[in-house]
Design a protein. Structure first.
Ligand SMILES: Cc1cc2nc3c(=O)[nH]c(=O)nc-3n(C[C@H](O)[C@H](O)[C@H](O)COP(=O)(O)OP(=O)(O)OC[C@H]3O[C@@H](n4cnc5c(N)ncnc54)[C@H](O)[C@@H]3O)c2cc1C
Length: 415
């Protein structure tokens, strides 16, 4: 097994041959995956340019998530998610410590609300063991010691789960890239990509960047960027909006840390949960409704070309046939505060609709195959002088430093 460099150590050179990457690497996307990749490359002495169409880092998924550092409980043992999350959770917390970024290792409860969820909770306990994540089975009285207001028939306690300020992580990563001679160019949309001989030309709304290699970490637009670069990817990104409510007033005291339901094993989402963030505020969410724009943060955000792209992908129809019932109930829950609160009351029955107000939302980039299957694991596609991250859903923020190391290693070894 090759020795892995730590994403936390300062500069190192492990088998890197930056000489072969004299023309540098261009990374599309200044979300956490793109910046972590750029940082890993810059630490190897590679000249790296990050471009993002927005004027700030972490403008999309990374800046609109639950802020949780997942421990690696849920993921199929042996999957990329499982191996990256377990390691990534440790390195993310250490990175936050090292750079003075707000974080807290608060632990979490995964709560079985009824007897028929016990088998699924046992399966999570088994997966946690297989993934090397300590998890303790609790009866209701034991669970109440952690979360006195929770209702359950049993729960799993995961001590290592944390919360962190992901946008602050991105700001630090961008600074570290620049300190190593890299560039982070914001407000530059990638419009055209040409692979010409030994080089990649990336036209942005500002300048044309020429590099030896392209890394596509464009999240909600990653399939579009792949097609721009001449690929015919086997997946398309469908945007799933996750809406949040803020818990207000004394009801905030009903939640000490992180309270999660047992997720539906058929879906790649963790279910509406309660989260106490790093600033102490308590959030409920996110649900999962199909958005009508890749950056559709509100119902009224509709981009006809995004809707057309979704409708012309055969996988969307397969998905609709399979999940129309779940989809319809998610739409109803999105429209009704009462229904939304009913979901969190399964976890904490004392919460009432009067305790919550609508808050922001985030949009997940979910890759869907032609067959309609949702891609569960991270999905990375290699092509000549290119690397495309075509599915980086949760826990990709948690695992970003490890994913970045892996992508950097792949770029360097292929060039
Ligand atoms: C509601 C929600 C809750 C979540 N909760 C968690 C959680 O608690 N823990 C966790 O680990 N993960 C969580 N996730 C998942 C996590 O946020 C993502 O996996 C992660 O942020 C993906 O990062 P990224 O860099 O791939 O994508 P993004 O952060 O979306 O970055 C992609 C970037 O590419 C840029 N871009 C796109 N197209 C172009 C173009 N043409 N030109 C230039 N730039 C372009 C965009 O502007 C964007 O900044 C959650 C996600 C959501 C939506």
């Amino acid at each position: 097994m090759t020795e892995r460099p730590s994403p936390l150590a300062d500069d190192h050179t492990v088998g890197a041959a930056p000489g072969r990457l004299q023309g540098g690497v261009v990374v599309v996307g200044a979300g956490i995956v793109g910046l972590a990749t750029a940082y890993a490359l810059a630490r190897q002495g590679v000249r790296v340019t990050v471009v993002d169409k927005e004027r700030s880092v972490a403008a999309h998924q990374t800046g609109h998530n639950s802020g949780v550092v997942h421990s690696g409980v849920y993921y199929t043992p042996g999957s990329l998610k499982a191996s990256f999350a377990a390691r990534g959770a440790r390195t993310m917390v250490e990175f936050a410590e090292q750079h003075g970024i707000a974080h807290e290792v608060c632990g979490k409860l995964i709560v079985a609300s009824s007897q028929n969820q016990l088998a699924a909770l046992r399966e999570l306990e088994r997966r946690a063991g297989a993934n090397g994540v300590p998890a303790v089975w609790l009866d209701p009285d034991q669970a109440a010691e952690y979360e006195p207001h929770v209702a359950c028939v049993a729960a799993l306690r995961i001590e290592s789960t944390a919360v962190v300020d992901y946008p602050a992580v991105c700001q630090v990563l961008a600074r570290l890239v620049e300190q190593r001679g890299g560039r982070v160019l914001l407000g530059r949309e990638v419009r055209r990509i040409k692979v010409a001989g030994r080089q990649v030309e990336v036209d942005t709304t500002g300048e044309t960047i020429t590099a030896d290699h392209l890394v596509n970490c464009a999240g909600l637009h990653s399939d579009v960027i792949a097609m721009m670069a001449g690929l015919d990817p086997d997946v398309r990104i469908l945007p799933f909006r996750g809406e949040y409510y803020d818990v207000r007033g004394p009801a905030q005291n009903l939640v000490r840390g992180l309270i999660y339901p047992v997720p539906d094993p058929a879906l790649p989402f963790l279910g509406v949960h309660l989260t106490r963030g790093i600033d102490g505020s308590v959030h409920a969410g996110p649900n999962a409704v199909l958005a009508l724009a890749r950056e559709g943060y509100r119902w009224r955000d509709v981009v006809p070309s995004d809707v057309r792209a979704a409708l012309t992908w055969p996988g969307s129809w397969g998905l609709a046939r399979r999940y129309w019932r779940v989809g319809a109930s998610e739409v109803a829950r999105s429209a009704s505060r009462r229904m939304f609160v009913a979901s969190v009351r399964r976890l904490v029955p004392e919460l009432s609709p009067h305790d919550v107000v609508r808050a922001g939302s985030g949009v997940r980039a979910q890759a869907v195959r032609r067959s309609g299957d949702l891609v569960d694991d991270f999905h990375i596609v290699e092509a000549d002088r290119q690397l495309h991250v075509l599915n980086a859903p949760s826990p990709a923020a948690t695992a970003a430093l490890e994913i970045g190391e892996e992508l950097a290693r792949t770029v360097i070894s292929r060039t």
